[in-house]
Ligand binder design. Sequence first.
Ligand code: UD1
Length: 344
Amino acid sequence: MSKVLVTGGTGYIGSHTVVELINEGFEVVIVDNLSNSNVAVLDGIEKITGVRPAFENIDCVDYVSMDRMFAKYENIDSIIHFAASKAVGESVEKPLMYYRNNLVSLINILQLMPIHKVRNFVFSSSCTVYGQPDVLPVTEDAPIKPAMSPYGNTKQIGEEIIRDTIHAAPASYQSIILRYFNPIGAHSTAEIGELPNGVPNNLLPFVTQTAIGIRKQLQVFGDDYDTPDGSCIRDYIHVVDLAKAHVVAVKRMLQGKSLSNVETFNLGTGRGLSVLEILTTFEKVNEVKVPYKIVGRREGDIEKVWADPTIANEVLGWKATETVEETLRSAWAWEQKLRTQTTN
Ligand code: UD1
């Protein structure tokens, strides 16, 4: 059985990916320092799959502990590296924390891979590397724009570190860089989902928390953008669709199908939706009201971005299949489940 190390495996995208890996017969080892997740996520994974993955509470910044972990779990053949800090605003306040967490972890893992004979590496990147693209939908060869935040910069630099490392030692590594658009929603069982810490920064958790009454009102950041309804446009993708792409990526490398040592794919649906469209669709499919008000623009927001997923569809052989309606239903089911659990 093929063994996969998933760093950040108790996080939002990580936990959904662990479920898909287990469903496809992989043995999973999770490394997570629980800085933005909860160990109870392991219960959710076990309920869905019937398997409790191995778990190590380790910070990937800690080289010695990571070295020991690789030695303990022999024969890891692939790594999916999610573990990273991801709040754009926080990264502006604490740049060094972001550079340390996101880059030192990456460097440690890349350094340890040849020592422990691990060859395959999947990296969580982001559409943020494109900034505001000149041409939409955005393809993988669109120019990389100057980063708008230290967070975004860590993704750009991370990609470069991977390319340089593999260029220098192509026999030791192969990598697939996945550029995520906006993951939303939760597993259909509502056993796992997004667990934001404190006041959510991202749109969907704020919408669901407002719908359930934890937040009074959603603020829609700007209605004067150059878009049909004036609010920003994003490519929202079901987190389970996104998770499945990771399994495809790992299999691709294990089966020697990669066309080069480093491949990059856009993970989006190809469909752009505005903040107001998300809001009204959420209200309609879930038959619930979300009080909102239009406020000023949020600093650093991109006006509009959505993916051209053709290369992911045709070369990687993966396609997002969930509808936005189903995705928004799953987000609401998860929020409701979460609140019944915590009030019991
Ligand atoms: C950003 C980054 C992305 C990063 C993600 C992680 C870009 C283009 N994207 O996504 O790389 O991985 O953060 O956190 O930089 N909105 C509201 N009200 C709210 C919250 C959000 O109107 O309370 C709007 C935003 O203005 C935006 C949309 O909803 O138009 C989505 O926002 P959000 O969920 O925060 O994601 P991004 O900013 O797109």
